[in-house]
Design a protein around this ligand. Structure first.
Ligand code: GCU
Length: 138
């Protein structure tokens, strides 16, 4: 199905800054979350129809320590610990995917840090599926 990209620098809310100091990002920058266990980022995504959808997070983690985050949809925890492992450098971007159930219309996707180092740097999320026929998982 259709895949829609939402750049992090256009995300509705985050606890961090838009940055450009590491190359390889799409759009006009990426979001550097604070190194804090309360850091978070929220995107609003629109779906024509309800159903399962794949969220693809493009991120960089230049450390060797995982920075797991909780992923919530519309205020409900969908995945309590999604891994954002080291990518080999802050300019080396990788993807992580999760499957979530989205409602028709707008949906709030939120990732909350679970460790004191906070989250990784986020380039974008992409949403694919959502027409009820998608069953992809990671
Ligand atoms: C470095 C890096 C940042 C990153 C930060 C972190 O400062 O330049 O882009 O966000 O480490 O540990 O999160």
């Amino acid at each position: 199905g259709e895949t829609v990209r939402y750049e992090s620098e256009n995300a509705v809310d985050f606890d961090g800054v838009v940055a450009t100091n590491h190359s390889g990002y799409s759009g006009s920058g990426f979001v550097d979350l604070l190194n804090d266990s309360n850091s978070y980022i929220e995107w609003v995504v629109n779906q024509a129809d309800s159903g399962n959808a794949t969220l693809t997070f493009r991120y960089a983690n230049g450390t060797t320590a995982n920075r797991p985050m909780t992923v919530s949809v519309n205020g409900q925890v969908a995945h309590s610990s999604v891994d954002f492992e080291g990518t080999g450098g802050w300019s080396s971007w990788d993807i992580q995917t999760v499957t979530v159930n989205l409602a028709a219309g707008s949906n709030v996707i939120r990732a909350d840090a679970t460790v004191s180092s906070g989250g990784p740097n986020f380039d974008y999320i992409e949403v694919s599926g959502g027409d009820g026929s998608s069953s992809s998982s990671s």
